[in-house]
Design a protein around this ligand. Structure first.
Ligand SMILES: Nc1ncnc2c1ncn2[C@@H]1O[C@H](COP(=O)(O)OP(=O)(O)OP(=O)(O)O)[C@@H](O)[C@H]1O
Ligand SMILES: [Mg+2]
Length: 360
């Protein structure tokens, strides 16, 4: 299976550059997920790998071969789109076999491949139906089947589950995870859904405005975000961030009028006194008033069953999210006091947005 290397990849539409010098090495068999806000260039990057979009600068290698100028059909890569792009007038079987037939494959071999893929995806019973006679999830399986029969060296997915309802998304996510375990195909997967990203990825690439903010394993990004952007993008509810001032010796921090002892956990040797303090909702715990880092009125409680999230108004119209133990009863309107674990505090430079110090 293919390893894919992006070396200083650029894309411009006329004078507008939308992808800036992207470097990513995708290992053979790896499941790489691209995430980032709308318009950051995820689809453009994927389409350049597929050969559907011209590469303006840099080099794209697949299995050690430069493929910048190769047409899509010669890259041996299959792409699955959000809108499935099935032929409405063809049956499922015809949709899955069409590409192979066009390339003049052997009839018996094509049939075998279609049946095998149908087996893997559990769509044997629908092979003679047309796309309009299928549910969204079944159509998505057909679109994946059409990719599988080609036995490509890599799969590219562009938000393949975003047209499905929540329950079906969870089911198809598991299917894709199982499929990847079974086939071990190099996969590049674009999604908006961070749960999808966190659960499917070997590594995640967080993109922002056509550049890579950070590449890492899911929990690496969660526990050690390289920037405020990544800190806020990965994790739900999002990480709390509060403007703060570091003491000159770097041992304490002043945030929202309280002094917080950082101890030895996080000492940033920063020229600037101003920092942004970040702390995740699960790293804040209730405490007596005199030990509190933050105090405020509980404005909203989200009771999800397995956990409860509370939103505290802590002054200056700042809201903090706090995760409570599952059996803790909380009442909207009560004043709560919380503190964090100094070892789990993140500090960021407010001007560059970059992480400061070693962090947790
Ligand atoms: N054909 C085009 N001509 C000019 N600009 C384009 C073209 N296609 C895309 N763009 C611009 O390139 C940028 C990246 O678009 P892209 O579709 O890759 O974003 P995306 O990350 O996939 O977003 P989304 O999450 O909304 O799908 C956007 O600013 C978009 O407006
Ligand atoms: Mg897109």
């Amino acid at each position: 299976m293919a390893g894919i290397a992006l070396k200083k990849i650029q894309k411009s539409y006329g004078a507008l550059q939308v992808i800036h010098d992207i470097d990513i090495e995708i290992e053979s068999g790896e499941f790489l997920v691209l995430v980032g806000p709308s318009g950051c260039g995820k689809s453009t990057l994927l389409r350049m790998i597929a050969g559907l979009e011209e590469i303006s600068g840099g080099e794209l290698d697949i299995e050690g071969r430069v493929v910048n100028l190769l047409p899509p059909a010669e890259r041996n890569i299959a792409m699955v789109f959000q809108d499935y792009a099935l032929y409405p007038h063809m049956s499922v079987r015809e949709n899955m076999s069409f590409g192979l037939k066009m390339r003049g494959g052997d009839q018996r071999d094509i049939e075998n491949r279609v049946n095998q893929a149908a087996d893997i995806l559990k769509i044997q019973d629908y092979l003679d139906r047309r796309p309009a006679q299928l549910s969204g999830g079944q159509r998505q399986r057909v679109a994946m089947g059409r990719a599988i029969v080609r036995e490509p060296s890599a799969f590219l997915f562009d938000e393949p589950l975003s047209n499905l309802d929540a329950a079906l998304r969870v089911e198809m996510r598991l299917e894709i995870a199982k499929l990847h375990r079974r086939m071990k195909a190099t996969t590049v997967y674009v999604t908006h859904d961070q749960v999808e990203a966190m659960t499917l990825a070997d590594r995640i690439v967080v993109m922002n405005g056509g550049v890579v903010e950070q590449i890492g394993r899911p929990l690496e990004l969660y526990h050690k975000p390289a920037s405020l952007f990544v800190a806020r993008f990965i994790g739900s509810p999002t990480m709390n961030t509060v403007p703060a001032e570091l003491s000159t010796e770097g041992k304490t921090i002043l945030a929202l009028g309280r002094t917080i002892e950082l101890g030895a956990a996080e000492v940033a040797r920063s020229a600037s006194k101003n920092v942004v303090l970040g702390i995740r909702p699960e790293d804040l715990t209730q405490c007596p008033a005199d030990e509190a880092w933050f105090s405020g009125e509980l404005m909203v409680a989200e009771r999800l069953g397995s956990q409860t999230y509370g939103y505290l108004e802590v002054g200056h119209s700042k809201m903090l999210s706090v995760e409570f133990p599952r059996n803790r009863e909380v009442n909207v309107g009560e004043i709560l006091h919380v503190r964090g674990d100094p070892a789990r505090v993140h500090l960021f430079d407010p001007s560059s947005g970059k992480r400061m110090g070693s962090g947790c």
